[in-house]
Design a protein around this ligand. Structure first.
Ligand code: AHR
Length: 340
């Protein structure tokens, strides 16, 4: 566990402000907003938070961005927000610009897991604590970030496999289970860990009857899901299950399945992850069979952690999100209460 005092003690040197200012100019899609009356900081000064978002690739991401912006406003922070359009180089530029601007805390949701050491070391040199949100990173030095606020993606993959067992039983499925997997962004934590979790359960419990016959990235987007599923159906017309790493790809895939003259949710059983409203609509129409929830409403938890980190308080190394699973029989009742 790491608190800000330890974090600051570990920090060395002073940031090269000139170089960082140059980087700041290349930061695309950024905006600044100030919060309400509660400063959130000590001594009446508003906490200055720099947040680098992955992009706007999915309904989940839109809900997550809205949650961060609303919670920052509610907490009275000054938020600098930038959308990296799913490009790591944009996120690195945004983080460098936040360092140059001497924000109090940097938070970001890393598009991929690797390649962050250099910029995280720059943040440490500038004595700015970094909080990860939603996705994790792989670093040579784990003390380069203070904490992660987000889901357990491996558990989500495991839950998807367990709920698929129920879906197959409900459908009365007999015989081989030929699975198509639509993966998230290559190299992203949710893509790696969801695939791993699903495979762990499959290898342990269904080595003989389940097979992933085709697997490719749809980049977490509807367009990607549609395009890749159309290709899957051409190369493997006997697929009878789709495991999509998010609802948006599942919704795109549904369009491809229907275009191929098949019935989503019947000819091809579908399990996806997220639980956005459109996913619930598809589930209540019988087109998605089950959804494993991944909660995007991380804003309030994140602001709470940022406040503690800024004040030098101890925080957990991983603050996990609480989530549920849903099947078709629960979809209609749950739909009106979906917040995103
Ligand atoms: O990191 C969370 C994932 O990213 C969500 O499942 C997906 O919809 C988003 O794009």
């Amino acid at each position: 566990m790491l608190n800000r005092r330890n974090f600051l003690a570990a920090a060395v040197g002073v940031a090269a402000a000139g170089a960082l200012t140059a980087c700041a100019k290349s930061d695309a899609g950024s905006s600044t907003s100030s919060g309400g009356s509660d400063s959130g900081g000590s001594g009446g000064k508003a906490i200055n938070l720099g947040f680098s978002q992955v992009g706007s690739e999915s309904g989940w991401r839109t809900a997550n961005s809205d949650s961060v912006k609303e919670a920052a406003k509610e907490a009275g922070y000054t938020l600098k927000f930038s959308d990296a359009q799913q490009k790591q180089e944009n996120q690195i530029s945004a983080i460098r610009s936040y360092i140059a601007q001497k924000v109090d805390v940097i938070a970001f949701s890393p598009v991929v897991v690797t390649g962050w050491d250099a910029v995280l070391k720059e943040a440490r040199t500038a004595k700015i604590p970094v909080v990860l949100t939603d996705r994790s990173v792989e670093t040579s030095d784990e003390s380069l970030y203070v904490t992660l606020v987000g889901s357990d993606f491996t558990a989500e993959g495991e839950r998807a496999a367990v709920i698929l067992e129920k879906v197959l039983a409900t459908a009365g499925h007999k015989g081989e289970v030929k699975i198509a997997q639509l993966e998230g962004t290559t190299g992203a934590a949710p893509a790696i860990e969801r695939a791993k979790g699903f495979k762990t359960v499959m290898d342990r419990q269904h080595k003989d009857d389940w097979k992933i016959v085709v697997s490719q990235t749809g980049d977490f987007t509807r367009a990607g899901g549609k395009q890749v599923m159309a290709a899957f159906l051409q190369s493997n017309p006997d697929i009878n299950v789709l495991f999509a790493h998010n609802d948006d790809m599942a919704i795109g895939a549904i369009q491809a399945i229907e275009a191929a003259g098949k019935k989503p949710g019947k000819d091809i059983l579908i399990v996806s992850i997220d639980g956005v409203k459109d996913g619930f609509v598809a589930m209540s129409e019988g087109k998605i069979n089950a959804i494993v929830e991944c909660n995007p409403l991380l804003g309030p938890q994140l602001m709470d952690v940022v406040k503690k980190v800024h004040a030098g308080e101890k925080v957990e190394r991983w603050i996990k999100t609480e989530e549920s699973d849903y099947t078709q029989d629960q979809a209609k009742a749950a739909l009106p209460n979906r917040k995103y």
